[in-house]
Design a binder for this molecule. Structure first.
Ligand SMILES: Nc1nc2c(ncn2[C@@H]2O[C@H](COP(=O)(O)OP(=O)(O)OP(=O)(O)O)[C@@H](O)[C@H]2O)c(=O)[nH]1
Ligand SMILES: [Mg+2]
Length: 421
């Protein structure tokens, strides 16, 4: 071999080895930095008073204990093919759902759910008190006297830890670094205002977050499908959403298309009964969910309701047959009414895992909005930013607790003020 070629081979080997060692060292140092940031955020969280515990009414506690088993213990629909009847062929006319049993007795006087305005005020305060400290951590760094390179790394790591996403974190750090006010300005109020503005830009201050049913010219009845993996809060959100519509003077029908367990329909029925909203269900475990959705759409149409909310069973995004089933529920519903909204319910505590789920659901069925549940228990509120950026779909609602009225339209200003409080 020519000496030159030998030299070239040796040079290539050295460069490759240097890249591998460099990458390894960078990875280790990043892990160390993230661990440091995690500790700092935990320390901050420990200094925040715990969020006020919602006070469920007796009916609420009964629902939670009797018909809301923890998601881990639930079966996955369709997993036990032996016991669940095969779904009817799609081309066949949908079989009617099992006749509904006697409806649950409505309370003598239906409850009056909290109005949207008062929820917003209450939820804003709640968010400020919840374990959502990443804004606070950022603020603490940015108001230091001299920002070192290590401080900027901490800023980026704090954002990554909060699930803001790599792209948005980098963008924000670049903007902050080039902003003379951050490097020069040490007035806390000015730094806070600047950080607030930049976070608001990232969250999207002018995004249209209205539910499609609330837009002018919405279909009547307008159909909303709730989808998501197991235990994210679909049924609870369907119930809370029904209350929100009732508070707004709308007539609602609920469709219990989670037919895997009768308890799922019972759970929805309890929510419906409390605000006097009818629930269309099948009483047979494993009935065809599409046929329940079909019946629910027929009922909503007949009653000329304003909204039909269809609850579906939780499913893992990697089970193709279950994802196909969602498409079928949608198509069969649309024999009666167009589906205007598909809300993906994401558990804010699942972080980047939630992002992977969201992408598959978006591809499989198309989603028009995101409900971020359990934001009350998450230090990772940054998922609001990353999920919107990744999917191009707005977060429309947030769940901030287990109380019946702990669901509110997502309000970017309230959110940013909450995480900076
Ligand atoms: N803290 C808190 N808990 C919530 C929130 N939303 C739902 N939950 C709780 O999460 C648990 C699961 O809620 P479900 O509504 O049954 O979830 P699901 O997605 O319908 O579950 P499957 O139908 O089994 O897939 C319940 O204990 C709810 O009370 C929220 O915003 N905050
Ligand atoms: Mg459910």
């Amino acid at each position: 071999m020519e000496p030159n070629s030998i030299l070239a081979v040796v040079a290539v080997v050295i460069v490759v080895a240097a890249l591998i060692v460099g990458g390894y060292l960078m990875d280790r140092s990043r892990k160390r930095r993230i661990a440091r940031a995690e500790e700092r955020i935990k320390a901050d969280a420990a200094s925040v008073p715990p969020a006020a515990t919602p006070e469920p009414t007796p009916a609420e506690s009964a629902t939670a204990s009797e018909s809301e088993p923890k998601s881990e213990s639930k079966h996955e629909p369709g997993e036990d093919a032996g016991s669940a009847p095969a779904p009817a062929a799609e081309s066949a006319a949908p079989a009617p759902a099992e006749p509904a049993p006697a409806p649950a007795p409505a309370p003598a006087k239906a409850e009056t759910p909290e109005s949207v305005g008062s929820r917003l005020t209450r939820l804003k305060a709640k968010l400020a008190k919840s374990a959502n400290p990443f804004g606070k951590a950022l603020f603490a760094i940015l108001t230091k006297d001299h920002l070192t390179e290590a401080d900027w790394e901490d800023v980026e790591d704090t954002l990554l830890l909060a699930d803001v996403g790599a792209e948005a974190a980098e963008q924000l750090v670049d903007e902050l670094r080039s902003d003379a006010r951050v490097t020069g300005e040490k007035d806390p109020a000015a730094v806070r205002e600047m950080l607030r503005g930049k976070l608001l830009d990232l969250v999207g201050r002018d995004t249209d977050r209205r539910l499609n049913v609330n837009k002018p010219g919405a279909a009547k009845p307008s159909v909303i499908m709730m989808v998501g993996v197991n235990g994210t809060g679909k049924t609870t959100t369907a119930g809370k959403l029904a209350r929100l519509f009732v508070a707004d003077g709308k007539s609602v029908v609920l469709g219990a298309a989670d037919t895997f367990r009768a308890a799922a329909a019972d759970q929805l029925e309890t929510w419906g009964a409390r605000v006097d909203v009818p629930v269309v269900r099948s009483d047979k475990d494993g009935a065809d969910p599409a046929s329940v959705a079909f019946d629910a759409a027929a009922r909503a149409k007949e009653a000329d309701a304003d909204v039909l909310i269809i609850d579906t069973a939780g499913r893992l995004q990697n089970k193709a047959n279950l994802m196909d089933e969602l498409g079928k529920i949608r198509r069969v519903t649309e024999k009666n009414l167009p589906v205007d909204e598909v809300l993906l319910v994401l558990d804010a505590t699942t972080g980047q895992n939630g992002m992977a789920q969201a992408k598959v659901f978006a591809e499989a069925i198309g989603i028009t909005g995101i409900v971020l549940s359990k934001l009350d228990g998450s230090a990772r509120g940054g998922i609001v930013i990353s999920v919107q950026k990744e999917l191009g779909v707005p977060v429309k609602l947030v769940g901030l607790g287990e109380g019946p009225d702990d669901l509110a339209p997502f309000d970017p200003e309230g959110f940013v003020d909450g995480i900076l409080a």
